[in-house]
Design a protein around this ligand. Sequence first.
Ligand SMILES: Cc1cc2nc3c(=O)[nH]c(=O)nc-3n(C[C@H](O)[C@H](O)[C@H](O)COP(=O)(O)OP(=O)(O)OC[C@H]3O[C@@H](n4cnc5c(N)ncnc54)[C@H](O)[C@@H]3O)c2cc1C
Length: 239
Amino acid sequence: MSTQTMASQQQLIIIGNGMVGHHLVEQLVDNGALERYQVTVFGEERHRAYDRVHLSEYFSGRDADSLALCEADYYATSGVELRTSEAVIEIDRSAQEVVTDQGRYPYDRLVLATGSFPFVPPIPGNDRDGCLVYRTLDDLDAIQAAAENATTGVVVGGGLLGLEAANALRGLNLDTAVVEFASRLMPMQVDNEGGELLREKLKRWAYRYFWNAPPSALKMAKPAATAWSSKTTRCWKPT
Ligand SMILES: Cc1cc2nc3c(=O)[nH]c(=O)nc-3n(C[C@H](O)[C@H](O)[C@H](O)COP(=O)(O)OP(=O)(O)OC[C@H]3O[C@@H](n4cnc5c(N)ncnc54)[C@H](O)[C@@H]3O)c2cc1C
């Protein structure tokens, strides 16, 4: 790239190296936009972008490299700077800079591709050891480590991700329970009848299900999770 091109380039910063942030980089590369932009990507996670949709396959043998959305050298060879393990903690709009714990970086254009974060219900004790979320490769490492010394697991939330997490816990040989706040499993996707069919179908997976369990009816007890539902008065205690 000529010195003239570099001088006329704008600084484009992308915050977030998830599926969307990575797709944007691919589009920029494929469409020749790097002629106009010098691109820097910040990723809070230590891994380069990976296929989060297939995250659970990590428990059935896939690793970070096979889930990755590109080769390890893709960013470098494309001329894009990827800064992993570096979270943006502030956007200084008046100075047009993003701030991380490692420095300040000027931008002309800024894209936020930061995705979403798991909602953790305000259940007393939700900050205890062994109370984990299911979203990143590091989360799955933490779950796997916690499972090594456990015999039981409770998944709070019986939606798509909750059932996927429950299947993962079962795969880790944990006696698994699912607690759902609504009156059926997957309440966003199916009606009552569908929820009943689903529960029947999943029975053979040997989960225990508790529904109609409002967050206020739950408490995370030490040393592991105890989940109970006041409405159904059924109680499940890990041993
Ligand atoms: C287990 C699982 C299964 C799923 N299955 C499906 C499915 O079957 N179908 C489907 O459509 N969707 C599914 N999803 C949802 C799908 O993964 C998300 O919709 C998709 O990943 C969103 O992409 P994104 O790039 O917007 O966000 P993300 O993939 O969340 O990426 C955002 C990235 O930005 C980083 N970041 C956030 N803040 C900062 C910051 N301040 N500085 C630097 N980096 C930051 C985050 O660490 C993250 O790496 C699933 C999700 C999970 C967890």
